[in-house]
Design a binder for this molecule. Structure first.
Ligand SMILES: C[S@@+](CC[C@H](N)C(=O)[O-])C[C@H]1O[C@@H](n2cnc3c(N)ncnc32)[C@H](O)[C@@H]1O
Length: 304
């Protein structure tokens, strides 16, 4: 019997849904404390909590609205579902008009409504992107989905339960404030905004503060500090020479990316990500890694 493993309730630029199985193979067998300080949609976290023995999770992201949404999902899921249900009904009457009303004019009265707005925009905006302008206002245009599911009750309930039954600590923080708590043997997964591989590939606007070369240099130092104190760390990033040089002391694996970056199918070619780790991998066999990559995501998200 196959049981489907729940993926995240959000769609996220740079989300790792397609890489969870490979990441899992590179993750230490026993996890006691798990840190994910660039949380986004939490694709890897949701996979791990359903496949590993119970562990303590410390999750964070610098995006305030994203973290508020996780907290509301955990603590007020029924109200949140009601709000999303209402958004769904109003949206179905006039999609474009309602989208821009919620994006530009609607003022949420409390944190649950704020989370409802966040999920609504995530499901109905262009490509599920989260991008803000210099003043911090969400500025992604309306998406082109025919009938987007704004209120996926079952998924929301499942994710809420996973956040409640595990010992999950969630906070809005820059990554360093989270990893400063790490100790020997903790496991950390870093998935920062990617280092740009070309001028057009720059996408670091998840928050007002962008993540540039200085931030990547700082992160590499933090990776080293964590290695020195005996934490197990995995980091994903773009396949760029700069990143390869920054992490040249460590084990670097190049893997086929699960994303199609170019919307023009003629210009589409294979893209690669780097996974960097500071500990012994469970598998050193490159054939196993490429076999996992050729398995499609739907199969990956099923287990015996
Ligand atoms: C590539 S995304 C993470 C995607 C995630 N792994 C997933 O599967 O959806 C990077 C995340 O880092 C967050 N971020 C950007 N700068 C940050 C910082 N200085 N500290 C913490 N989080 C940051 C962004 O808000 C974004 O959610």
């Amino acid at each position: 019997m196959h049981k489907t493993i729940t993926s995240s309730y959000l769609k996220w630029a740079g989300g790792k849904k397609g890489l969870v199985f490979i990441l899992d193979k590179l993750t230490p067998k026993n996890i006691e404390r798990y840190f994910e300080p660039f949380l986004g949609s939490g694709a890897f976290f949701f996979y791990l909590v359903q496949t590993r023995k119970k562990f303590q999770a410390i999750l964070s992201d610098s995006n305030f609205e994203l973290i508020n949404t996780y907290k509301e999902l955990r603590d007020n899921v029924n109200e949140l579902i009601e709000i999303l249900h209402e958004h769904q009904e109003n949206y179905n009457k006039n999609m474009e008009k309602y989208y821009y009303y919620i994006r530009d004019a609607y003022v949420p009265k409390n944190n649950t409504e704020l989370a409802g707005r966040f999920i609504f925009l995530n499901k109905s905006c262009y490509n599920g992107l989260y991008r803000v302008n210099k003043s911090g206002n969400f500025n992604v245009p309306h998406g082109r989905y025919i009938n987007p599911k704004i209120c996926n009750r079952e998924k929301l309930m499942e994710c809420s339960e996973l956040l409640r039954i595990y010992e999950v600590e969630i906070s809005c923080n820059v990554y360093r404030n989270t990893t400063s708590k790490c100790e020997n043997n903790d496991f950390v997964y870093f998935d920062p905004p990617y280092f740009p591989i070309s001028k057009t590939s720059k996408f670091t606007d998840y928050t007002k503060e962008s993540f540039g070369i200085l931030e990547h240099n700082e992160l590499a130092k933090e990776f080293e500090r964590l290695s020195d104190i005996g934490a197990n760390v995995i980091l994903s990033n773009s396949n760029s020479d700069y990143i390869k040089t920054l992490y040249k002391k460590y084990d670097i694996i190049k893997i086929k990316s699960s994303r199609n970056i170019n919307c023009n199918s003629k210009k589409r070619k294979d893209h690669y990500d780097l996974i960097i780790l500071n500990h012994d991998r469970k598998t050193k066999d490159e054939k196993i890694i490429s076999k996992i990559q050729s398995t499609n995501t739907k199969n990956i998200l099923k287990r015996e």
